[in-house]
Design a protein around this ligand. Structure first.
Ligand code: SF4
Length: 213
């Protein structure tokens, strides 16, 4: 099983996932920060709070007092850190002249700009670039590592840049393919290749070297 075969089989088994669940690119940015270390259902509650208060835009978030912002995003957890990260990203967006201006930068320039923001790591930066800016960078996460390792596609520990490079070498850059592949890997890890895997129901049980039942 190679990376490309895995993508094709995941797509035919689960169908298109059509990520990211958001109405605007800025909502993707906010979701990418809020989803750090928490389940998506908690992020949804926090985003609903921001929408209800009508502050889901960079200028409004910057104007909102820190303690109010923290309370609104509390459902997403780690709300002190996340409020500060949101403010820092909003500051960057405003200083750049808006999200469109920021996203008009080349992929590499945009990535290094996002990574220079305290609290924005490669996974968050790549999620913003892929799903908000629609530029072809692959997003790696712990689910990617779990599935790749069990299927024998990746050997070794969690190496974000190494896994990203492997995917980008085997699948040439394409926004919708990378968007789908990341979403499909998460779906598979959540539904079947869980921490305790449900191998009997797995579409890869015929080829997986880690199959157990
Ligand atoms: S067979 Fe089991 S370990 Fe292998 S990919 Fe499927 S669920 Fe994961």
């Amino acid at each position: 099983m190679n990376v490309r075969d895995l993508y094709k089989r995941l797509l035919s088994y689960y169908g298109p996932q059509n990520w990211w669940p958001a109405e605007t690119p800025f909502e993707v940015v906010v979701g990418a920060i809020l989803t750090q270390n928490t389940a998506w259902r908690n992020v949804e509650k926090a985003i609903e709070n921001l929408k209800r208060e009508d502050i889901l835009d960079p200028a409004s978030i910057l104007e909102t007092p820190g303690d109010v912002l923290k309370e609104l995003i509390r459902p997403a957890g780690f709300y002190n850190q996340k409020a500060e990260r949101l403010k820092r990203v909003c500051q960057l967006i405003v200083e750049c002249g808006g999200l469109e201006e920021l996203f008009s930068r080349s992929l590499n320039e945009l990535r290094s700009t996002l990574l220079s923001v305290n609290g924005i790591g490669p996974e968050t930066a790549d999620a913003i670039i892929l799903y908000a800016a629609n530029k072809p960078t692959f997003v790696v996460d712990r689910y990617t590592h779990r599935v790749f390792t069990r299927l024998g596609i990746w050997k070794g520990g969690y190496d974000y840049e190494g896994i990203k490079k492997l995917v980008e070498t085997e699948i040439s850059p394409d926004v919708s393919t990378y968007q789908e592949f990341h979403a499909l890997l998460d779906e598979h890890a959540k539904r079947i290749c869980r921490k305790t895997p449900l191998c009997e129901s797995c579409p890869f049980k015929d080829v997986c070297p880690s199959v157990s039942f």
